[in-house]
Design a protein around this ligand. Structure first.
Ligand code: 5AD
Ligand code: SF4
Length: 462
């Protein structure tokens, strides 16, 4: 933990007379800590956008802040446990500065609601993912009256389309195109914490992506819990992707996440058609057993999933693939687990996000018996991780001798004599310093690879 310079906190007693408010306004400092998925990181940028418009400064230094918000995740119990642990640390900040405002926003706010205030004395504000516009007024009210604020209504229409997110300068940006999820997979809390699916209008998204390109972003990821459900008038997600690709032809475009039930041929063909749409698809499979997929309410079979994979590999031969896998879902036996290992070997993903099943209240599976022992869940997860590590390594080693275009992101974290960048397939490549800078496109030849990283050298500067 860093040293806390308490003198930098803004004493809230001074928020009284009008002139003082004006004076202080410019000093109001907001610090947001983000947990969980990319949607949450994109939401933090939206929150920063709302707060900046209301006269707040955004700080990355917690010691400098008058307001601390934790943007939280509920997808697994561990994610919530980390935030609750963090709250006990933040208690110490508040003890030293009783005027500090502490808020919980995001999925945990939506799930735990008032409990966060009644059970965690340190929390002043609780706001769900569709209530961020109310942050400034709830803070004002808290300061004026001492009343703690809670806003957890879910919306059928809120997309924050008009809010300009405040992003860190850099190469990559997230761009949220839809919110919520109507899939109700039996293990997943997201439909309860983020509400119903709704999409931003297509022209709002293309306008924002053009602005991002102007600002210098080179690699933009379109985000949604299930982007394949995107709808704007007559336009579906493939149309949106094509419109973005045309609007910013120099920028790499990615997207996440897709659901296998509605990943269309049109989408695969659109990815193949545009040079600047990354040949990278993240398609969560969750399990290789049809019985488990049915219990998970995923609405597809292994056969359907493999058909999509076949089409993807046929139409986009150099595609990079990744997935999500859950080990130890209710009733999963050794045969089911073996089928998961089998589908991994058959698809040969480049990467995977792998989790142990964690029961979540409200979900359909909460009513099932969480009957796979913790040790077995762990053992199966380790086998899944090990298999994926081997496949990733083999795939990366097979790229030795091949050439790729990377976009340089900066100096390697491990050596200041090396640069790192990413391929179209989202693989990190390390190359020796060669005079190029963050944002430059560099053609590289791969000469080494392990399960996580490629190593190479520049062959010519674009
Ligand atoms: N337990 C474990 N993993 C989960 N995921 C979602 N809900 C749970 C849960 N209850 C995983 C899924 C999903 C990813 C975002 O998180 O694999 O695709
Ligand atoms: Fe959760 Fe399923 Fe929706 Fe993904 S598609 S957010 S796993 S309910």
């Amino acid at each position: 933990m860093e040293h806390r310079d308490l003198e930098k906190y803004i004493p809230i007693e001074t928020f009284t007379g009008e002139t003082e408010i004006d004076d202080i306004t410019s000093e109001k400092k907001l610090y947001v800590e983000t947990y969980g998925c990319q949607m949450n990181f994109a939401d933090t940028e939206i929150v920063n956008g709302i707060m900046k418009k209301n006269g707040y400064d955004i700080t990355e230094n917690i010691d400098d802040s008058a307001i601390i918000l934790l943007n939280t995740c509920s997808v697994r119990e561990m994610a919530e446990a980390r935030v609750l642990q963090r709250l006990t640390e933040i208690k110490k900040y508040k003890k030293n500065n009783p005027n500090l405002v502490v808020g919980i926003i995001g999925c945990m706010a939506e799930r735990m609601k008032r409990d966060l205030i009644t059970k965690k004395g340190v929390v002043d504000l609780v706001l769900g993912p569709d209530e961020y516009r109310r942050l400034p007024s709830l803070i004002d009210n808290l300061i004026d009256t001492g009343e703690k604020g809670i806003a957890v209504k879910l919306s059928r229409v809120e997309t924050y389309d008009d809010i300009m997110p405040v992003r860190k300068e850099g190469i990559s940006a997230w761009l949220s195109v839809m919110r919520g999820c109507d899939k109700f997979c039996s293990f997943c809390v997201v439909p309860y914490t983020r509400g119903r699916e709704r999409s931003r209008p297509l022209d709002g998204v293309t306008r924002e992506i053009s602005a991002l390109a102007e600002e210098g972003f080179k690699d933009i990821t379109l985000l949604g819990q299930n982007v394949n459900s995107y709808k704007s008038g007559e336009n579906d997600f493939s149309d949106l992707l094509a419109a973005c690709a045309k609007a910013v032809p120099e920028v790499r475009i990615r997207f996440t996440t897709s659901h296998p039930q509605d990943l269309s041929m049109k989408l695969i063909e659109t990815i193949a058609l545009y040079n600047n749409i990354c040949k990278y698809i993240h398609l969560p499979v969750q399990s290789g057993s049809n019985r488990i997929l049915e219990l998970m309410k995923r609405n597809y079979t292994v056969e359907h999933y493999m058909k999509i994979m076949y089409n993807i590999k046929n139409i986009i031969p150099d595609v990079t693939l990744s997935t999500d896998i859950i080990s130890g879902f209710c009733t999963e036996n050794d045969d089911d687990h073996k089928m998961t290992l089998d589908i991994m070997s058959e698809v040969r993903y480049d990467g995977a996000y792998m989790f142990k099943y964690s029961p979540r209240e409200k979900t359909k599976a909460w009513q099932y018996d969480d009957d796979v022992d913790e040790e077995i869940k762990t053992k199966r997860l380790m086998e899944i991780v090990e298999l994926q590590r081997n496949i990733s390594e083999e795939k990366n080693k097979s790229l030795v001798g091949k050439e790729f275009e990377i976009i340089v992101e900066g100096i390697s974290k491990k050596s200041d004599k090396m640069l790192f960048g990413r391929t179209d397939g989202n693989k990190t490549v390390i190359i020796p310093l060669n005079g190029s800078e963050a944002g430059d496109k560099v053609k590289v030849k791969v000469n080494k690879g392990n399960s996580a990283t490629l190593f190479g050298e520049a062959v010519s500067l674009n």
